[in-house]
Design a protein around this ligand. Structure first.
Ligand SMILES: [Zn+2]
Length: 86
């Protein structure tokens, strides 16, 4: 009798996890997964030299100066950098 109860409990747990995964799959397909502003591991981060904010190179505004690429969080910072260099 005891073993049957254990088997039923294990089955319930397995069914619970399977159901949860199916539920997440169905739910996940309808929802956008990327959160704006979220910093995930593996993102190529660089520091804005003007306001010292960390920005991802993919999203940053970049300007090339003397063969070096500089990254900025906004057009404002890029312009500020140009002003300082001038
Ligand atoms: Zn900035």
């Amino acid at each position: 009798m005891g073993i049957r109860l254990v088997i039923i409990l294990i089955l319930l747990v397995v069914l619970y996890y399977l159901g949860k995964q199916v539920y997440q799959l169905l739910l996940g397909s309808g929802k956008p997964t990327d959160k704006p502003g979220a910093i995930s591991a593996g993102v190529d981060l660089t520091q804005d030299p003007v306001c010292l904010t960390y920005v991802s190179k993919a999203r940053a505004i970049s300007t090339k100066r003397n063969g070096e690429t500089h990254y900025f969080c906004s057009e404002h910072c890029a312009a500020e950098f140009e002003n300082r260099a001038a």
